[in-house]
Design a protein around this ligand. Structure first.
Ligand code: AMP
Length: 291
């Protein structure tokens, strides 16, 4: 049987120059331009960002680029799921106008010797266990901002540290871009949707929602005078008891600075990263303000 021909009513562009030319009329008309950066393997979490962009903006650009520089040595860059035709069909069904799917050479031309680094907020949590990861993120996001020139950019709270790092980048470079964070989309059992959930075997999949359940339980244990370090240790142990193989971190931090909390306070966030076999899952949750 021959494959059915796929037709894409939305436009797929591979270079910054093509994208600039294609979006110019919309800019001249003063349309608000929204950008949703993704690495593909789309699920409802990504599509929640796209839906919000389509609601807010007159023109939606979604990018599709598996960024090599944010993967460390031994991480899953080669194995990362890629299915461009499916992703484009999903973007189309959710109102994306332009898909920007550049080659690596368009983002990282030969000789490029500039890396964007945000310090401080990138050093703990995922920054501590994935050295160089956030330099890869901030560099690719800077390139995508330059190529797409959006008014608004949408990021998922699922990758909470990434969202806060990008907010910091935009503030500190004085970029005229509004960064909007979108609430995490979850499975019915609480597991945050992630492209990496596809790596889980059935036993690991059964254990995975414990990350949400443990954070939820912990949020209810925070009260004045609570020993934060003891609660985090309890959370990490609960993940191991549920079947996780190791815990990279289980922390309670200020939701804006991501500095670890020393006691109960307003505006805290619980953040965790742990491994089931080779699969590393991350999640986070706000803590209700103390009464
Ligand atoms: P990725 O393709 O993993 O780089 O993700 C692209 C964007 O989708 C990022 O801003 C992620 O934070 C966001 N995202 C991924 N999973 C979810 C989810 N379950 N809910 C909301 N946003 C998500």
């Amino acid at each position: 049987m021959t494959e059915p021909e796929v037709s894409y009513p939305l436009t797929v562009l591979r270079t910054a120059a093509e994208l600039r030319a294609a979006t110019q009329t919309y800019r001249d008309e003063g349309k608000l331009i929204g950008l949703v950066p993704t690495m593909g393997a789309l699920h409802q979490g990504h599509l929640a960002l796209v839906d919000r962009a389509a609601r807010d903006c007159g023109l939606v650009i979604a990018s599709l680029f598996v960024n090599p520089t944010q993967f460390g040595e031994g991480e899953d860059f080669d194995a990362y799921p890629r299915n461009e035709a499916d992703d484009i069909a999903k973007f189309d069904a959710h109102g994306v106008d332009f898909v920007y799917a550049p080659d690596a050479a368009e983002i990282y031309p030969a000789g490029l010797a500039t890396t964007v680094t945000v310090s401080g907020i990138t050093e703990g949590l995922c920054g501590a266990t994935r050295p160089g990861h956030f330099d890869g993120v901030t560099t690719v996001v800077s390139r995508l901002f330059e190529h797409c020139a959006p008014d608004v950019a949408y990021f998922g709270e699922k990758d909470y540290q990434q969202y806060k790092v990008v907010q910091r980048l935009v503030e500190q470079l004085g970029l005229d871009i509004r960064v909007v964070g979108i609430t995490t989309v979850r499975e019915r059992d609480g597991l945050a949707l992630s492209s990496r959930n596809a790596y889980l075997n059935p036993g690991q999949r059964r254990a995975a929602p414990a990350m949400y359940g443990t954070m939820f339980a912990l949020a209810g244990r925070l009260h004045d005078g609570v020993d934060i370090a003891a609660q985090c240790a309890w959370g990490a142990q609960a993940l191991l008891d549920a079947g996780f193989d190791s815990v990279d971190y289980f922390e309670i931090c200020d939701a804006d600075t991501l500095i670890p909390a020393t006691g109960n306070a307003p505006n805290l966030r619980i953040l965790a990263a742990a491994r089931l076999g080779k699969t590393r899952l991350i999640d986070n949750m706000p803590v209700d303000p103390p009464d």
